[in-house]
Design a protein around this ligand. Sequence first.
Ligand SMILES: [Zn+2]
Length: 338
Amino acid sequence: MGNYEVPVTAASNLTLAEKIIQKQPDNVVNVNENDPAKFLELKNAKMIDKKQFIVLGPNQPTKHSRLSKYYTESVKVNDIEVAQKRSWLTYSLSLDKIFCTVCLCFGPREDINYLRDGFDNWSNLSHIITKHCTQKNHQNAAEAMAHALSDSTIVKILNIETMRHLSKKRKEAEKLHQYLIRVIDAIRYLIAESISLRGNEEANFYNNSEKSEVFKYGADKFLNLLNLLSQYDEVLNEKLSNICSTKKQSAERGARITFLSNYTQNKLIHTMTQNVKKDISEKVNNSVFFSLSADGTTDITLCEQASIVLRYVTLAARKAVVKEHLISIVETETTTGE
Ligand SMILES: [Zn+2]
């Protein structure tokens, strides 16, 4: 087994790869374990070694600026450009070379294959990587790998991989949920204070490559408020920074969900209105008495409007409490009361 530890223990019945995955619920794999140099040390790797190495996932350190741009490629799906991960590309920190995991594990030995043997001619890397997937030896290796991974053991291991992926997705969903709460609260605050959400000038800070200054006079007040809060709140800061930085990239599906557009603001306000009306309606239904009044007035644009006000009486600790709510302002055609 070379330098790998004993892959299966009778006591726990877990393979080394399973143990590592279970120990790393955040999808963070120790870079030393998935370094291709570790696999090369095995010389005559057995099938279990290959499977374990594949399950560890690619080593793609984001701090390696020379390589990080190659970790994804742009592919067309139904005429739409989407970013797809090159999960077969893996980097060896100790050898300072880039490898193809598929060819490294399943590539035939007799031909020349730069990404199977490790490649470090960085000026030529773009060309080699683009060409690699179309080469026959890579495609044969991919086929061999698919065949090898189809047995029950690896399916079990891949299920763990799927669970890990789901756990990551759940965490992302929770983050998005927390972010949305902040967006809704910011809108609620501005409405409660009778402050318009949008200013004379659309700030659209999320369309810039970097976050704009905290305040921008006359700009969209809702975005200004979020920008200010993000200085003190990690959830907002992380999401808004991501929105700015992913603007010009072919972002992953979901990465551009911002909840910041005028359209979304109106949708959220509409939903809040419905909820408030539902709440008032329930209280009126449970009240002792209620009345409805309409009062007309002319606004500064000489438009005749009527306010609809609900008054109702509830009993709290055997005391009658009068409540009043303005539920709507409607434009009226006449002032005759008909
Ligand atoms: Zn390959």
